[in-house]
Design a protein around this ligand. Sequence first.
Ligand code: ATP
Length: 876
Amino acid sequence: MNNPIPWFQHSVRESLEAQKTSIAHGLDVLEAERRATEFGLNELEAVQRKSALRMLLAQFKDLLVMILIGAAIIAQILGEAQDTIAIVAIIILNAILGFTQEFRAERAMEALQALSTPLAKVRRAGQIQTLPAYQLVPGDIVLLEAGNFVPADLRILESFQLSIDESTLTGESLPVDKQTHSLSAESLPIADQKNMAFKGTMVTAGRAVGLIVRIGMNTELGRIAKLLKEEVEVRTPLQNRIAQFAKKLSLAVLGLCLLIFLSGLWRGVEPVLMFMTALSLAVAAIPEALPAVVTMSLALGARAMIRRNALIRKLPAVESLGSVTYICTDKTGTLTENRMSAQAFYLHHKSFASIPDAATQNPLWNSLLRAMTLNTDVSLNPDGSWQGDPTEIALVQAAHDQGLVKEDLEKASPRVAELPFSSERGMMSTVHQSQDRGFVITKGAPERVLPLCQDIMGPNGLEAIDQDVLLKAIDSMALEGFRVLAFAKRDLGLHPNHLELSEYEQNLTLIGLVGLIDPPRSEAKEAVRLCQSSGIKVVMITGDHPKTAQAIALKLGIAHSVSDEVMTGQQLLETTDEQLLAKVLDIRVYARAAPDQKIRIVKALQTKGEIVAMTGDGVNDAPALRRANVGVSMGKGGTDVAREASHVILLDDNFASIIEAVREGRKIYSNIRKFVRFALSGNSGEIWTLFLAPFLGLPIPLLPIHILWVNLVTDGLPGLALAMEPEEKNIMHEPPRHPEESVFALGLWQHSVWVGILTAALTLGVLAWAYHTGHAHWQSMAFTVLTLVQMAHVMAIRSETESTFSLGFTSNKYLLGAVLCTLALQMATLYIPSFNSIFKTAPLSLAELGLCLGVSSLVFFAVEIEKWFKRRRRVG
Ligand code: ATP
């Protein structure tokens, strides 16, 4: 299918012939498969992923680890080989641990990215299918509409006011209007190829049918793909803060290790041993694992969110979700089911709750039902269900139930032109030509359609419009929660083609009104209540009528009384930024708001210091989604453009899923804090122990291998198992965390210091007692106490406030398993003879072991008392 002549020179027919396909049928499934094998996937070359080996080697790049390995080898030359082997073994284990964490984080991120592949609507074997864009092949017939990304390079076959933003390719930010005629120039720059659409550009308005002529790396985008290959790694604020903190702490630890080294030398300890001790302490106490663990927790958390129907596109969102204070949400489809049905009608000053029998016999009803059918872009699936916008499906279905067949009507009065729907216009028109005459049908928001009408249809011909009566009818329908649409028409006589497109929507005749009901989602009310109990305010922003919006807001508990502030798009337009700032915190509903007004609302709320989650599904929602702290787009109903701009995609378009994601975000953050608390307290315990010993006239408490071991068992399983801690019960009863709040706030670092000092006191206390009472195993005892203290501590910090007794010891099975496993390993170092020689330990007597266990458990009770004070303060 190589084509030496540029595609833009081909006519529509020639292009279809060259690709051996047709508009109505598309490719057959087998042919599409054959072409997929021949041409490959419609993908740009993947960004190079980090190889596992590179990740593993990176673990050894740390300067300190290298020095430690060097020192271990020197030690071997000077002394025993066993020491070296043991130290190197532990370093390798540490590296494997670090590698596993990083590897899992990386793969989890990749899996997330794979899930957000864009989709495209294609016609194959005569049927419209939605397929992942990478499966498309040359010759596929693609349907485009506003908000779509163009999935491959296309020759445009049919265009209805199509306009495309090609700034990704051309840098030109103004959208380009497209058409279908062939162009005769020899060569044309991309910007002038008006009958082509290019991969990666986006449809800003209108709709079109296109033929794929190039895919993957052969597209214009593919040609410049090399420029896009650089992957920018986005770090979350938390990752940044932790990385900075880890750096500072590392310097402090290095300083302390130097001090410990010098004080050892001063006391006459063998320099090599002292050097190894100080170095091991540095390796153990420098929190190099922290950034990786944070990334892993965030990435795995993001994966867990998929189960709650929130797909995280940008990692920082996991964190921001936890501190959201405002959720601004669309109504249709998010708070409501988007399953509309037509249940109210208004024709010639009379209201109806349903369509009367034999309505088609009545000229007024007949006009309305025909308009409801013809003025829609709905199509019938082979299984008998409808495909299209739910508002329009409801209209077509209602007419269909009266025996109107869309296909027949369209055959008799084919559509010859159209002015497509957009949220900004709030209406749409179609122009039809039957055998003897042409006519226009317009439907849309009553405020948009009524001013265009000069009269109304009555049983005996046209009548003058009584605006007051009509407005009352509209209001009363809207107050009951109906979405109200007005229908109008215009006869064009024999020759409909004498008018400009923009002239069609003039001098219309109103046919009537239709009210559509869209039931609120059953879970939405509870989700709104949950928001309120957790300090999050919910605001509804809708394109719908203010009364309709208010009725739904009252039903869901977003507004509590009719007097609750509702602002319309028009009022917003007339409000200055300063005036908006004064009111913005009180407004619960924005109605008839245009998507591009959302950004003003986000900005105003953010100026007030609020953290805003904003939902959106259309092209014009993109700036607000980008600007919001958490931009939320829709997986089912939304456009590609909105998805691309968002941080989170709701897979089920459901408001309740946002709250679930907030809940998960809060949990992830609180578990990260638990890990940080655990790791820092452990490190601080090791440092205090080694630092204080000489000042108390005690020998070096631990050998290098002991220090490395304690680090391994604490940073290892138990630390990771903390990330699996189930959510705390009042997680959704607390106000949102301030985003600027440090991870170390709320007493985290104070906790690490005092627990560290207590650890040192207990370890050194046991050591001093054993040393002075002539127990030969004083070092094994100190080593055991230091490890067991970590286990006691980890069991106590599973919640920042709740008692472990009320949480239950078994509620985190992973943690319980990790603790038992670590205990078993520690016993192995004491009681397995070959380990004794590696770890320089000796089996403790039962009394000695009992003492170690008893003393270590004091940390558990001490932390329980700390939490008791915290609970009391909270109640007070
Ligand atoms: P929400 O903002 O609550 O999600 P929405 O996105 O459905 O609502 P829009 O799609 O912007 O709101 O619709 C705005 C208004 O345009 C509707 O209230 C309705 O009056 C009108 N409208 C919606 N769909 C159509 C359509 N297919 N044809 C004509 N008019 C429509």
